[in-house]
Design a protein around this ligand. Structure first.
Ligand SMILES: Cc1ncc(COP(=O)(O)O)c(C=O)c1O
Length: 388
């Protein structure tokens, strides 16, 4: 894949049309589409309108997506399944494993609900204990789920599985997956990661981080439409993870319709039970290829610089930063609070008067730029925010 320089893409509305209309800093919610992804949707519509499946080759393209998605997280294509959202991948794990009364599931107390309710459901139905490690506030106001607490709970003899976001949606804390994964693997605990707030923004490596299962929809840092997501299952674990839903495409002789042979595929495609969200996945393919052409290390370095400038400017204006920002814990999310201004009014004022978009989450202001945003946009945001 050819290398694409950030300098050619950043601030360039012909690649990112949103730049002409909004200063958009809410990629941690639903991202705008880059032109390549919107083109993929337009091409799909035009092609399906005129020829249906006759000259399509869509499913071949989806195999290329499987390979790109695998490259993005250092998995193999055989370990990637397409899902309709993050929760579907997490539910595949929660419901596909056998549970015994008394086993424990460890998670953080501040996870997005997609990574809580599937486990609450298992706890209620199987007599499993759900342990939620709470967030703590340090003297300087930064909020974190403490790594030591997570490791101690993961280490507990009854713990079967740890379910954790790579990046927490409200604080922006990037959890130390390598540390949690290493402990899980050495103690025989399973490790399931919600990567929707990190995949496409910072490096994710399922091998070095010892991740067993990972799920992420495409609509945030992967710059894709909603409803087209990725699920990773470590190859060795497939025999113990029973597919939740089965259908025509779960089996080895998919296509030989009348010859019923319920032998599951040997790879992660066994977790896909039928027709896929082809248009959404084609757009996801275009966006992932764009991100890979830029390079995730370069994307991360750029995000570090943009969010660093934002953090410094906010502190100067008297805002309190909630996000931990150390070398191993920063992310594309900067959460902050004001002691003087009403948060809702600030979000509304930015949107209505300045066409500038940030979010309000869990009582905090949340700003999440992507690599194609510019330092000038960050400076404009800072100018528009009132001081203290
Ligand atoms: C950490 C996290 N997980 C998951 C999701 C989305 O879940 P789903 O793809 O199931 O809608 C979000 C945001 O919407 C999120 O912030």
């Amino acid at each position: 894949m050819s290398h694409t320089a950030i300098a050619d893409l950043a601030g360039n509305p012909s690649h990112f049309p949103i730049l002409d209309r909004w200063d958009f800093f809410n990629h941690a919610a639903v991202a705008p589409l880059p032109r390549v992804a919107a083109d993929a949707l337009r091409n799909y519509a035009a092609q399906m309108e005129s020829a249906a499946y006759l000259d399509a080759g869509h499913y071949r393209s989806l195999e290329a997506l499987r390979a790109s998605a695998a490259a993005l997280m250092n998995a193999t294509p055989q370990e990637i399944a397409f899902v309709k959202n993050t929760a579907e991948g997490i539910c595949t794990v929660a419901n596909g494993l056998e549970w015994r009364r008394g086993q424990r599931i460890v998670t953080a107390g501040v996870e997005y609900p997609a990574n809580i309710y599937p486990w609450m459901d298992i706890a209620a139905r199987h007599g499993v204990e759900l342990v939620m490690v709470p967030e703590e506030t340090s003297a300087d106001g930064r909020r974190r789920v403490p790594l030591e607490r997570l490791l101690a709970e993961a280490d507990h003899t009854d713990t079967r599985l740890v379910a954790l976001s790579h990046v927490e949606f409200a604080s922006g804390q990037r959890n130390d997956l390598a540390a949690v994964g290493a402990l899980c693997r050495s103690r025989g605990r399973l490790f399931c990661v919600d990567a929707i707030q990190s995949l496409g923004a910072v490096p994710v490596d399922v091998r070095t981080m010892n991740i067993d299962f990972l799920s992420a929809d495409g609509h945030k840092w992967l710059l894709a439409p909603e409803g087209a997501g990725l699920f990773y299952c470590r190859r060795e674990l497939m025999p113990m993870l029973r597919p939740l839903s089965v259908g025509a495409t779960s089996v080895i002789n998919a296509g030989d319709y009348g010859n019923y042979d319920f032998t599951l595929k040997s790879d992660a495609a066994r977790y896909e039970c039928g027709a896929l969200n082809v248009p959404g996945l084609l757009a996801l393919k275009a966006s992932i290829e764009l991100l890979l052409a830029v390079g995730i290390e370069a994307v991360a370095a750029r995000l570090r610089a943009l969010t660093g400038a934002l953090e410094a400017g906010l502190i100067e204006k008297g805002y309190r930063i909630v996000s931990p920002r150390g070398e191993a814990e920063w992310s594309g999310i900067v959460s902050f609070t004001s002691t003087k201004h009403d948060h809702k009014d600030l979000v509304r004022m930015l949107r209505r008067e300045h066409r500038t978009e940030i979010a309000l989450r869990e009582g905090r202001l949340r700003c999440s730029p992507h690599f194609y945003n510019t330092p000038e946009q960050i400076a404009r945001l800072l100018e528009r925010l009132p001081g203290h």
